[in-house]
Design a binder for this molecule. Structure first.
Ligand code: THG
Length: 265
């Protein structure tokens, strides 16, 4: 499974402060530690602050120390545009997070995704919000796939995020999410992704919920997750699950993690 490192997120108070202070060393340290821990992408989220200038600064600062692919996490089309412009080298390696059927998100962001041939996360969301049922989310996925197909977008680069809602709000939220993961793959043969941690909102011992939820998501074929790769327990779950699910031939990665002292009982 693909790992998108979540730590460079402006909603985390310490990170918000690093961005405010233009503390390059702190941001670069978080970037490098996530890459060392196994992040395939680095999510850069600027929701709290001046999105455009923060995104430009984050992209530049991170790319000074690593070539790891960037995931631009913003609802501002302009921040995504400026972020893309700042990216050095092959811009088709960027993952745009995200588009949806909400407002003008598709109209404004899709042209950028098409121009640079980026990967993209599409949320199953429209102007009425997040649908309550799996069937409605599947329908939104169908609409998104149809639009992207018409634009000749390479669907292999699409990640659908069916959006996790807290289990504390409805006891069927997790099973509904698993159904979405399964059906989106079955019906459209596209990849899926999630941010995981919403599942445990308002629940004690959140990390237990997040890890067990992750295991089910992987069993239902989820292709990518936005998580903290420096959390050894969740990484132990990812690595063990990949081995069990047949995604790690000869257990090469499992053994490498074992030797590197990553695996935790
Ligand atoms: N889908 C998509 N994008 C997303 C989300 C999603 N982007 C933002 C968010 N959800 C995923 N990113 C984060 C980043 C940080 C935290 C949660 C989700 C977070 N971090 C705390 C910290 O680092 O201090 C706590 C970490 C912990 O204790 O485990 O809470 O759903 N497409």
């Amino acid at each position: 499974m693909l790992i998108i490192g979540e730590k460079l997120n402006s909603s985390i108070p310490s990170v918000r402060q690093f961005i405010k202070d233009k503390d390059s060393a702190a941001v670069q340290d978080l970037a490098l530690r996530q890459v060392a821990a196994g992040a395939d992408y680095l999510d850069l989220n600027t929701a709290q602050g001046d999105e455009v200038s923060d995104m430009e600064w984050l992209v530049q600062t991170v790319q000074e120390v690593t070539d790891a692919p960037i995931c631009l996490d913003s609802t501002s089309a302009l921040a995504i545009k400026k972020g893309l412009e700042m990216v050095k080298g092959d811009k088709s390696r960027v993952l745009v997070n995200s588009v949806s059927l909400e407002n003008n998100r598709l109209e404004e962001v899709l042209p950028l995704v098409l121009e640079y041939h980026c990967s993209v996360i599409a949320l199953t969301l429209n102007d009425s919000g997040i649908p309550k049922t799996a069937a409605e989310r599947i329908q939104l996925t169908e609409q998104l796939v149809e639009i992207l197909t018409k634009k000749d977008y390479d669907l292999a680069k699409l990640y659908v995020d069916p959006l996790v809602l807290p289990q504390a709000i409805s006891y069927s939220n997790a099973t509904m999410f698993f159904q979405c993961l399964k059906e989106i793959k079955q019906l459209f043969n596209v990849k899926t992704v999630s941010g995981l941690s919403n599942i445990s909102f308002n629940t004690p011992k959140r990390k237990i919920m997040n890890r067990h939820f992750l295991t089910f998501c992987m069993a239902y074929g989820m292709d990518a997750a936005i998580l903290d790769p420096m959390d050894r327990k969740i990484m132990t779950s990812v690595i063990t699950n990949d081995f069990l699910l047949g995604n790690d031939r000869f257990g090469k990665k499992y053994l490498k993690a074992y030797r590197g002292g990553v695996l935790e009982d």
